[in-house]
Design a protein around this ligand. Structure first.
Ligand code: EPU
Length: 422
């Protein structure tokens, strides 16, 4: 069992480069299924979720080859339309092959994702949207069966779901007629997917706005595409720099994609300098308490809620954190409380009363972002913090320990069976 061991109190400074966005790369890999031939994806992070998605594509008959950060996906012939439970249960995002399989083959048999550590994560919005564009859906024995060809429709999503927007895009791009998606998700990863699909020959307008219009085309061709920089990985290192005093420079992403986070970091007392593909952060005074509420993009990203809560745990007053996207994303608060944080949870609100210091402790990574946030807390805690269940962190952060070491952190990955004795 691997754990991350952090010795707190060592200053962070220097430069770190983020990779391609996990939440884009996974969907772009699915999108490659839409075109026969060999698609090349560059800037693909080397993380376990990408490895699972590669397995999904292989089961469908595609051939995936990784060379460093480049993937080639040969989707010349697909031999299956099934995303089986054993893979979907390992990574919920594999359900994004639903739209791509419907688009390419006119049918899909995809395991229902079920819940996960951050909430129940239903799929009803995906299903309703696909039905409106003419796909027949039935659910039986834990699987979604989808069949048919998209005929275009005016679809209003109940919520700007990232996954539903992506499935709808991929299911409609090769269909007939015009599909108008209202209340579409506006995340930069949607923009990246649309950019790739347009590169493949799709006709899509309005990405980045709440209304996306897809005009079906007959065929798509393979493409060579570079994955957008990971704004969430970048935000994680910037919050690390804010917790410590920095300066820390994070490159490889578009600062506009983190606009509200950077504004909140400034209000918390940090000095933030933006440049073309990155940001430098530093802090000399105290961390100021402030409120955040997570919302779909361009609101504050739920994926940075836990790291930001670690920062507010050391602020000069009380902060209210409101989680509006996932119902179960506060488990991290119970773990950081073991390090001395003072956090009260009431439904989807967390009241964070800043404390003077955190103390290192054995803690368990509850999920991907919560795990990373516990490591950040450990960087500024007194003494040693041992974070277990770090397979969650491996899902989304390439070389997390090495990148933090590059900034001067005393952190290592060890094989432990008993975190108390690590
Ligand atoms: N929802 C429904 N019904 C649906 C779809 C969504 O009720 O049919 C609910 C979800 O249960 C959730 C909310 O709507 O409460 C938001 O879900 P959304 O579909 O927008 O999110 P997602 O596509 O499941 C992606 C990212 C998440 C990120 C969210 C929000 C991937 C693989 N995952 O999830 O990333 O938090 O968008 O930005 O792209 C992470 O990277 O740690 C992560 C969880």
């Amino acid at each position: 069992m691997d754990a991350i061991v952090v010795e707190g109190g060592h200053p962070l400074t220097g430069q770190v480069r983020v990779g391609g966005a996990k939440n884009s790369a996974l969907k772009l890999m699915a999108a490659a299924l839409l075109a026969p031939g060999v698609t090349t994806l560059r800037n693909v992070p080397d993380i376990s979720d990408v490895a699972v998605m590669a397995e999904v594509l292989e089961r469908l008959g595609a051939h995936v080859v990784r060379t460093d950060h480049t993937l080639t996906i040969d989707a010349t012939e697909l031999t299956s339309h099934e995303a089986p439970y054993d893979l979907v249960v390992r990574m919920r995002a594999s359900t994004c092959v639903l739209g791509a399989l419907v688009g390419r083959l006119g049918r899909a048999h995809v395991a229902m994702p079920g819940g996960c550590n951050i909430g129940s994560r239903k799929i009803d919005i995906h299903v309703a949207a696909l039905e409106q564009i003419g796909i027949e859906i039935s659910t039986e024995h834990g699987y979604i069966d989808a069949e048919g060809a998209a005929h275009g429709a005016h679809v209003m999503l109940d919520f700007p779901s990232v996954g539903a927007t992506e499935n709808l895009l991929m299911a409609s791009v090769l269909g007939d007629g015009e599909t108008i998606i209202e209340n579409a998700a506006r995340e930069p990863e949607i923009g990246d997917l649309v950019a790739m699909l347009v590169g493949m020959g799709a006709d899509i307008a309005g990405a980045g706005s709440p209304t996306i219009t897809v005009t079906g085309v007959g065929t798509l061709h393979p493409v060579d595409h570079t994955v957008v920089g990971d704004r969430i990985e970048a935000g994680t290192y910037l919050i690390a720099g804010a917790l410590d005093s920095g300066p820390v420079t994070v490159t490889g992403f578009d600062p506009d994609h983190l606009d509200i986070v950077l504004q909140k970091l400034e209000r918390a007392g940090c000095v933030v300098s933006r440049f073309a593909d990155g940001v430098t952060i530093s802090r000399t005074g105290p961390i100021h308490a402030l409120d955040i509420q997570t919302l779909p993009y361009p609101g504050f990203p739920t994926d940075l809620q836990a790291p930001f809560m670690a920062l507010l745990a050391l602020a000069d007053g009380g902060s209210v954190v409101t989680e509006n996207v996932f119902e179960n994303r506060f488990i991290f608060a119970d773990e950081i409380a073991r390090m001395g944080a003072d956090i009260r949870i009431d439904g989807h609100y967390a009241l964070v009363r800043g404390v003077a210091a955190l103390s290192g402790a054995p803690v368990r990574s509850p999920d991907l972002r919560g795990g990373a946030a516990l490591v950040l807390a450990g960087l500024v805690a007194e003494g040693r913090t041992v974070v277990t269940d770090i397979h969650h962190i491996d899902r989304g952060y390439e070389g997390f320990v090495d990148k933090l070491r590059g900034l001067g952190a005393i952190v290592s990955r060890v094989d432990v069976t008993d975190p108390e004795t690590a």
